[in-house]
Design a protein around this ligand. Structure first.
Ligand SMILES: [Zn+2]
Length: 237
């Protein structure tokens, strides 16, 4: 499999280098495929379809394209995902260097540093989309369901992280099937963290202006597919 970027993009960069263009000008050349939240959602959906269908393009960078990125970045989406080693975000969405601004923290929780990172992406990188993505079999969400005496054994910072998940699990329906119950817990956590994000000024203003949308996702490790929660009612906590 070749890792070549789209030829028009590559040839535009080569042309610019031949013309002796400045690094800033070369940095300004990029594929302009995502300009709106809807296009960002489509790009993620298409990339995930390629991934779970075994058709990943695995966009890698040649030296020219990498050089074109020296001066700046223009990611089209933020993904707040779990640190779980089975959830490699760029691979799951078949995206390349410079496409996604990824925040990974156990349980994809909206901790202060995650919020600061998202705020940076909104204010300075003008991203069009934020996806909060949970996943099948999340150990962090599982931990938040343990009895209090078990959680009390954990060190303080880890306990604090678990505390950010617990409110999402209040009133979790009593589902017998363990797998179905975990899925519901993870989805509730996605909704809870998305709601916490949308409650923040920077996020709320960007959403109100139409620059940005906040959506949710559930990554199923077995199939490789991401379920997209894009409708308002999908995200109601
Ligand atoms: Zn996890």
């Amino acid at each position: 499999m070749t890792d070549a970027p789209p030829p028009d993009f590559e040839s535009r960069i080569l042309d610019a280098i031949r013309r002796g263009a400045s690094m800033e000008d070369i940095a300004g050349i990029r594929p302009s495929r995502v300009d709106t939240p809807a296009e960002a959602i489509r790009a993620l959906k298409e990339g995930n379809s390629r991934f779970f269908g075994g058709q990943s393009l695995r966009p890698d960078l040649g030296a020219n394209e990498r050089r074109a990125q020296i001066m700046g970045q223009t990611p089209f989406a933020v993904v707040l995902a779990c640190s779980d080693s089975r959830v490699p975000v760029e691979l799951v969405f078949d995206q390349g260097f410079g496409d996604l601004f990824v925040v990974r923290v156990a349980g994809n929780v909206m901790a202060d540093s995650a919020l600061g990172t998202v705020e940076y992406a909104i204010r300075h990188l003008k991203v069009q989309l934020i996806m909060v993505m949970g996943h099948e079999g999340c150990g962090a969400v599982q931990s938040a369901m343990f009895p209090e005496e078990v959680i009390a054994q954990e060190p303080p910072a880890l306990r604090a992280l678990i505390r950010l998940i617990q409110p999402a699990l209040v009133g979790l329906p009593d589902i017998r099937d363990r797998k179905a119950r975990m899925r519901e817990a993870v989805l509730n956590n996605v909704r809870h963290q998305a709601a916490a994000l949308r409650d923040q000024d920077t996020v709320r203003r960007a959403e109100a202006s139409g620059q940005l949308r906040v959506i949710g996702g559930f990554y199923e490790i077995g199939s490789g597919a991401v379920d997209f929660l894009t409708e308002a009612e999908d995200l109601l906590p």
